[in-house]
Design a protein around this ligand. Structure first.
Ligand SMILES: [Zn+2]
Length: 162
């Protein structure tokens, strides 16, 4: 039996121990060529686009995928978006080298943010996220927390919400 199954937009299945064809988790479809399935360990692995190392992110057991990733190795975004394009080490290196240049958002996040935020705000979030070593979601919450804790507006929330 082969050691790995590599995926692509057209190849999103693998053969399990029972010789049955199985689908990969939904998030793999967003970045299929950076995932592979290891048939020896029964683990799904994600490749860092920078250092090209693979990181074990999910274990395939009893017909299900279980998250086993280490946040110190690679960041998990969500069931929808999956795992980071870069491992944690490369992400930190990149952020420390280029604190003031454009922060690379994952395509999916960029798409989501650009539908909701102005270009100026997206740029600001990228810069703060890079400097503070956060992902965009953490950064957005961090900035809102700051505003919420320090704003001096008198504002009738209840009335406005109704
Ligand atoms: Zn890396």
């Amino acid at each position: 039996m082969k050691e790995y199954t590599y995926f692509s937009a057209k190849k999103l299945t693998f053969i399990d121990q029972n010789n049955e064809t199985q689908q990969v988790p939904e998030f793999v479809t967003r970045s299929a060529k950076n995932y592979r399935f290891n048939h020896v360990t029964n683990k799904l692995e994600k490749k860092c686009i920078e250092c090209k190392n693979y990181f074990e992110v999910q274990l395939y057991e009893n017909g299900k995928f279980i998250d086993i990733h280490d946040e110190e190795e690679i960041h998990f975004y969500s069931e929808k978006s999956g795992y980071d394009t870069r491992c944690r080490k490369c992400k930190l290196e990149k952020a420390s080298k280029e604190p003031n240049t454009e922060y690379q958002l994952e395509k999916t996040e960029k798409y989501q943010l650009e539908n909701k935020l102005s270009a100026d705000n997206i740029m600001y979030i990228r810069i703060v996220a890079a400097i503070e070593h956060m992902d965009e979601e953490q950064c957005l919450n961090y900035l809102l927390d700051l505003v919420r804790k320090t704003n001096t507006l008198t504002y009738d929330y209840k009335r406005k919400l109704n």
